[in-house]
Ligand binder design. Structure first.
Ligand code: AMP
Length: 142
């Protein structure tokens, strides 16, 4: 299963935030959209990613004052991305190796979507179910 078909199912909407926005703004977005990470963009360029884990770390670092800190103080700037042609297995390897659960999808340098570990697991599961059904059908007809 390729990233392209996962994106087709879930849609290409991407929630973004500016580096100068506050951690409080990021928390609001995560809550509003029920997501675990937000892509940080500036002038249409990918600048970083901030996830719920970074936000928890910001409380460890700044205490209650974390909410007023800018997103850029806690975001990850070396973002690992993928393309539409990558497979669910490629993403599993990236996420397991890098210990993160979100991968933005780039096309011609533009962010066209984001895949979470939940999306990958859901599609792998559906794929396995289809294989099982096909095998059952094959056995029943042989
Ligand atoms: P996550 O598991 O996605 O909540 O992220 C765990 C940590 O990895 C956080 O510090 C994120 O900023 C960082 N992170 C998340 N996604 C990526 C990515 N695609 N590339 C690099 N770092 C990431």
């Amino acid at each position: 299963m390729q990233v392209a078909s996962i994106l087709k199912d879930k849609g290409a909407s991407v929630i973004t935030i500016a580096p100068s926005a506050t951690i409080a703004d990021a928390v609001r977005l995560l809550n509003e959209h029920r997501i675990g990470a937000v892509i940080v963009m500036e002038n249409h360029k990918l600048r970083g990613i901030i996830s719920e884990r970074d936000i928890v770390r910001s409380f460890g670092k700044f205490g209650a004052g974390a909410l007023a800190q800018p997103v850029e103080s806690m975001m990850t700037t070396k973002v690992i991305t993928c393309s539409k042609a990558d497979t669910a297995d490629d993403l599993m390897d990236l996420m397991t190796g890098g210990r993160f659960r979100h991968v933005p999808v780039l096309e011609h340098g533009e962010v066209i979507g984001i895949i979470s570990i939940g999306d990958v697991v859901k599609h792998r599961f559906a794929e396995k179910e289809m294989e099982t059904e096909a095998l059952k059908l094959y056995i029943a007809n042989s």
